[in-house]
Design a binder for this molecule. Structure first.
Ligand code: EPS
Length: 390
């Protein structure tokens, strides 16, 4: 199940095509729209989100709410397009007086993209490099999420820090996080702790007042996984690398850890690896989850726990110095309207990427054609693992 997206941030629409979708999968418009709304929200978002009301339109691959096994095309319209029809027109001459973007923002794709594509207008780059594109990913991932949900797999996320404001939680590698979804989603920063939420909001307020932006960290958790999804035999099979690549494909992601992550490198082996136990009639399990649900490039059957770090958004209201591409003189970087902090939104995008990577690995293991056969294969596999005995 793979997706491709198309569309510029201020073009008419974002489009996603998902191919490799099994037939007979129930898809709910409401759940996709709810994920799109979650991606738009979060304390510290900018003016764009007051313009957009992201909702999905499905124009292929579904009939009466079920997939046909054909490519699914999903569209999210950009309401802001109405304000950009002249500057983003697909045809026609360059309008007189068009303001080109010639002061690339440090940390954004502006400069390197302009050099690479030989343009003197960074707008040609930033229109696509903008994280607006992630709305299409979230819409597309609705298919992967519904697929996983039918197989008992849920993916959620929560924010663990914004700037230096942290959520000091109990070690999720000892007891799996089981926060109430409502506590996460009603927090304006998608953090289940009220005190930490306030500290994070304060940090965002301070950053905004200073013309700064802020990054942060969040966890993505997947529960209900069976062991043995992914593979150890080839580099391409390894789910750890596939999940890592999926998460690093999100703009502004600078770090990904699974389970203990970097902390594992500081401990001795016996303090890292998770003892194996067998519960008769249930199957194999672990007494801890320092591996974060991945062993040997495969799911272990424990919850998948990824911790992800996002850098601050490069658009600054107190901009850094850059070089003007016309004059080649030092100048301050451009100030596009932007977010102070998009960490809560990014966590929703990360759920989407994790859902795609997991859905693909499930499809490889359990078949691809239709949901009835896939569900039967998962059921029989679970039965085999439950009844393991001498
Ligand atoms: C975004 C839409 C964009 C930005 C942001 C994410 O809207 P606009 O550029 O019209 O203000 O708010 O883009 C970036 C973070 C970026 O670096 O370009 C969205 O819908 O997520």
């Amino acid at each position: 199940m793979h997706y491709i997206t198309a569309g510029e941030s201020h073009g008419p629409q974002l489009t996603a095509i998902v191919e490799g979708v099994p037939a007979g999968l129930k898809v709910s418009e409401e759940s996709i729209n709810s994920d799109l709304a979650r991606r738009q929200s979060g304390y510290g978002r900018g003016g764009r989100q007051t313009i957009e009301r992201d909702t999905v339109e499905v124009v292929s691959g579904l009939r009466f709410g079920r997939t046909l096994g054909t490519p699914v095309t999903l569209v999210v319209k950009n309401r802001d397009w109405q304000n950009w029809t002249d500057r983003m027109a697909p045809f026609g001459d360059v309008p007189a007086g068009l303001v080109r973007e010639v002061t690339p923002r440090p940390g954004h794709a502006d400069l390197v993209g302009a050099l690479k594509t030989n343009t003197d207008d960074c707008r040609n780059i930033l229109e696509r490099a903008s994280a607006r594109e992630t709305a299409a990913r979230v819409a597309a991932a609705g298919i992967a999420r519904e697929f996983l949900a039918e197989l008992g797999v849920e993916v959620f996320s929560y924010v663990t820090s914004i700037g230096s404001a942290r959520f000091e939680e109990d070690d999720p590698m000892v007891a799996a996080p089981d926060y109430k979804p409502l506590d996460i989603e009603t927090s304006e920063v998608r953090c289940p702790d009220a005190k930490a939420t306030q500290a994070m909001k304060d940090a965002i307020d301070h950053a905004k007042a200073a013309g700064e932006s802020l990054g942060g960290t969040f966890r993505v958790v997947a529960t209900g996984l069976v062991p043995g999804v992914g593979g150890y035999a080839t580099a391409a099979d390894r789910l750890t690398s596939r999940l890592g690549a999926a998460l690093f494909s999100i703009p502004a992601i600078k770090g990904v850890e699974f389970g203990l992550g970097f902390e594992a490198s500081r401990r001795v082996g016996s303090q890292v690896h998770d003892p194996i136990v067998l519960e008769r009639g249930v199957g194999f399990s672990r007494t801890s989850n320092n591996a974060g649900g991945l062993e040997g490039g495969m799911t272990s059957g424990m919850p998948l726990i990824a911790t992800v770090a996002m850098k601050p958004i490069p658009t600054l209201m107190t901009p850094l110095e850059t070089v003007n591409l016309d004059t080649l003189e030092v100048e301050l970087a451009s100030k596009e309207r932007s977010d102070t902090c998009a960490v809560p939104a990014c966590a929703v995008v990360a759920e989407s990427e994790v859902a795609f990577a997991l859905a693909n690995a499930y499809l490889e293991k359990f078949g691809r054609d239709n949901m009835a056969d896939i569900k039967a294969a998962v059921k029989s596999y679970k039965q085999r693992l439950r009844t393991v005995s001498k």
